[in-house]
Design a protein around this ligand. Structure first.
Ligand code: SF4
Ligand code: SF4
Length: 87
């Protein structure tokens, strides 16, 4: 199972990772970090698919995704909407 580690003291609370996570399992803490920001945290670790979008989207490199059993899965961002390219 993939595991996501957030370096809480690097986080600046921008919430980009929570926006990009396709499983919506990231949220913001109730505590503040050393910089005075609410930091990102993983709310439901077993649902993580290891896509690394959170780590890629973090401007402060505060997230690391671990695990050699990473599941790669395409995600349907547009739900049941028709293909916008018309193909
Ligand atoms: S690796 Fe993917 S599914 Fe897991 S927390 Fe990050 S964005 Fe969400
Ligand atoms: S994207 Fe990075 S800096 Fe922004 S909330 Fe997430 S972990 Fe923190």
């Amino acid at each position: 199972m993939p595991s996501v580690v957030v370096n809480r003291d690097r986080c600046k609370g921008c919430e980009l990772c929570t926006y990009h996570c396709p499983m919506k399992i990231l949220g913001m803490s109730q505590e503040i970090n050393i910089k005075g920001y609410f930091f990102a945290e993983v709310r439901d670790p077993p649902r993580c698919i290891g896509c690394m979008l959170c780590a890629i989207s973090c401007p402060d490199l505060a997230i690391t995704v671990h695990g050699n059993s990473v599941q790669y899965r395409t995600f349907d961002y547009f739900g049941s909407q028709p293909n916008r390219s018309g193909r």
